[in-house]
Design a protein around this ligand. Structure first.
Ligand SMILES: [Zn+2]
Length: 497
C-alpha cells in the first residue's frame, strides 16, 4: 500500500508540527538492573540468566547501585531535578519476552524530572524540555522463525532469548516540542544526536544505535496553523539511526497532512519504521490510558539518594556540549559555518580524535566532512559506522603532509581503507600510489609535455605563467596522477624561463 503524502512545503503552510521523543538508553553496567547476571551484549541465548531475571517464583530483585548512579548523572546532565525519594513500579503487560509478565519501571515517581537540553540547528537554539528520565529494565528478545518478514505473522515458531531481560535502561521523555516548523525533522535528529553525544561523554552507555543501545521513539502530531490544541499523535517505534529520525519525522508530517487534508482523523497508534523504504506502517493502537495497572514494586526498597551524593555526582559531569563546541571551534579556528557543518554531520568527536592523532584541524575537517561524509551518505550508513578510524585519517593526512601522496591519491587510499586493504602506508605500497617527486622521472615527463605542446610552451616563455596549467595537466596525465604538482610547476617554469 502506498501512502498519500503531501509535499513538505504544503504541510508547513497549513500545519504546525509537535514533536515528542522518547529515547531508551541501555546502560553499560557490568550486571543487570536487579540481579548479578552479566549485562554484556550477545552471548549464547539464555546463558546470562538467573531466577530473578527469569521471573521465577520467590526470586528477589536488588537494585543495581551503579545504574542508579548513571541515572542520576544523566538526569543532572539534562538539567533535571533529582528525586529525594522515588520508587519502582510494576508495569503489567503480557509478552513472551517479559518472563515476569510485568516490567519493573518507574511510573509517577521518576528518578529525574523537569530538565531541558538546548539543541542547535543551523545556528538557531531550540530548548527541548525534558519531562522525565526514569529507570527500567529491558525485555528479552523474540525471534520469529519461518515467516517471510521475520514478523510473528506467518512464522512457524518463535524463540525467546532472555539474555537482554533485565538489562538497565534509562528512558528519557521530552515534553511536546513546539514551534520547530520546517526544522522539526532536523530538531528531532539534532536532539537525538546531541543526547547521544552527552551519553557518550558521561560514559554510561556505548550508545550505539545500530546495536540498539540507544533507541528512539518519535512522536508526531500536527495541528492547524495557529491552533494551540495539539493534534492526535502517532509514535514511530525504534528508529535506529540519526538520519532515520529525521526521515521518520518528515514522513509522518507528510502522511498526517494527507489524512487531515482529506478531512479524516489520525488514528492514535504506534508505527513501525522501515529503514529500507523510508516509510512507516501501522503498528498497534495506543491510547493515552493504556491500562498497565501500575503499582509500586513491593519487592524493592525506595531509592532515596542523599543530597551529598547527588552533589558529588554533579561534580563528575563532563563539560557541557554547547560550551565544549565553542571551545573546540576556538581551538580549531573554524568559522561559524564550518563548525555548524561539522556539528550537523556528527563529526566533532571524529575531528577531535583525528587532531589528537596529529592532523591539522582543517585537514581533519576536510576529510571527515567532504570525503568520508559523502561515502557514508552513498552507503546509507552513519559516518561512525563507515569503518574508518580517526587514527587512519590522521595517517592518511601524514602521507599528504610528507608528500608521499597528493589529495587526489589520498582518496584512493580511503578506497583501500574501506576495502580493508591494510594500513594507509600498506595501501600506498600495494596500489603503487606514491607520488613521484624524483626529479629524473619528472624532468623527462616535463620535457615530453613541452615537446608535445609547443604553443603552450611559447606562451609561458612570453611570461604567460597561467598557461603552465595545461602542461602540468599533461605531466600529471603521463604520470597517472602520481606526481607532486607543485614540483612539476617549478620544473616547467625553470625550463621555460
Ligand atoms: Zn539474572
Amino acid at each position: 500500500m502506498t501512502e498519500t503524502l503531501v509535499p513538505f512545503e504544503d504541510v508547513l503552510a497549513a500545519y504546525d508540527p509537535a514533536l515528542g521523543l522518547e529515547v531508551h538508553v541501555e546502560l553499560n553496567t557490568a550486571t543487570k538492573m536487579f540481579c548479578g547476571c552479566p549485562a554484556a551484549f550477545g552471548g549464547e541465548p539464555n546463558t546470562h540468566v538467573c531466577p530473578t531475571c527469569l521471573g521465577l517464583p520467590g526470586a528477589m530483585p536488588v537494585v543495581n547501585g551503579k545504574a542508579v548512579e548513571s541515572a542520576i548523572r544523566i538526569g543532572l546532565a539534562l538539567n533535571c531535578d533529582i528525586a529525594e525519594w522515588c520508587r519502582f513500579a510494576r508495569k503489567n503487560s503480557f509478552y513472551p519476552d517479559m518472563p515476569k509478565n510485568f516490567q519493573t519501571s518507574q511510573y509517577d515517581e521518576p528518578i529525574a524530572f523537569d530538565g531541558y537540553m538546548d539543541v542547535e540547528v543551523d545556528g538557531e537554539t531550540f530548548r527541548v524540555e525534558i519531562e522525565r528520565a526514569h529507570m527500567e529494565e529491558d525485555t528479552g528478545k523474540s525471534t520469529h522463525v519461518g515467516g517471510a518478514t521475520g514478523r510473528i505473522h506467518g512464522a512457524d515458531y518463535s524463540l525467546v532469548d532472555y539474555n537482554r531481560a533485565g538489562i538497565p535502561l534509562i528512558e528519557i521523555v521530552t515534553r511536546p516540542i513546539l514551534g520547530a516548523g520546517e526544522k522539526a525533522p532536523a530538531v528531532a535528529r539534532a536532539y537525538v544526536q546531541q543526547l547521544r553525544d552527552l551519553i557518550v561523554a558521561l560514559g554510561v552507555s556505548e550508545a550505539r544505535m545500530d546495536q540498539g543501545n540507544l533507541r528512539a521513539d518519535v512522536n508526531l502530531s500536527l495541528s492547524p496553523k495557529g491552533s494551540d490544541v495539539l493534534g492526535t499523535r502517532t509514535e514511530t517505534k525504534n528508529v535506529n539511526s540519526f538520519r532515520s529520525v529525521e526521515r521518520a519525522v518528515r514522513f509522518e508530517m507528510q502522511r498526517h497532512a494527507a489524512i487531515l487534508d482529506a478531512g479524516e482523523a489520525i488514528f492514535q497508534e504506534t508505527r513501525h519504521w522501515h529503514e529500507d523504504t523510508g516509510i512507516t506502517t501501522s503498528g498497534r493502537p495506543k491510547s493515552d490510558a493504556d491500562d498497565y495497572r501500575y503499582f509500586p514494586e513491593p519487592d524493592l526498597v525506595p531509592v532515596a539518594p542523599s543530597r551529598e551524593w547527588v552533589e558529588e555526582l554533579r561534580g563528575t559531569l563532563p563539560e557541557n556540549p554547547v560550551e565544549r563546541r565553542a571551545r573546540l571551534q576556538e581551538a580549531w579556528g573554524f568559522t561559524d559555518l564550518e563548525m555548524r557543518d561539522v556539528v550537523a554531520a556528527g563529526v566533532v568527536e571524529a575531528i577531535e580524535e583525528t587532531v589528537a592523532e596529529g592532523a591539522a584541524p582543517q585537514a581533519a575537517r576536510k576529510w571527515w566532512l567532504s570525503e568520508l561524509s559523502r561515502r557514508a551518505n552513498d552507503a546509507g550508513v552513519e559516518i561512525t559506522e563507515l569503518g574508518v578510524t580517526p587514527a587512519q585519517v590522521a595517517a592518511v593526512q601524514k602521507l599528504v603532509d610528507d608528500k608521499v601522496v597528493n589529495d587526489k591519491l589520498a582518496r584512493q587510499v580511503f578506497d583501500g581503507l574501506l576495502a580493508g586493504e591494510g594500513t594507509p602506508a600498506e595501501i600506498v605500497e600495494k596500489r603503487g600510489l606514491a607520488v613521484v617527486s624524483d626529479d629524473g622521472a619528472l624532468s623527462t615527463a616535463v620535457d615530453n609535455a613541452i615537446a608535445a605542446n609547443p604553443d603552450v610552451a611559447d606562451k609561458i616563455r612570453d611570461g604567460k605563467v597561467a598557461a603552465a596549467g595545461a602542461l602540468i595537466g599533461a605531466v600529471m596525465k603521463e604520470m597517472r596522477g602520481q606526481a607532486d604538482a607543485a614540483r612539476v610547476r617549478e620544473l616547467i617554469l625553470e625550463k621555460l624561463s
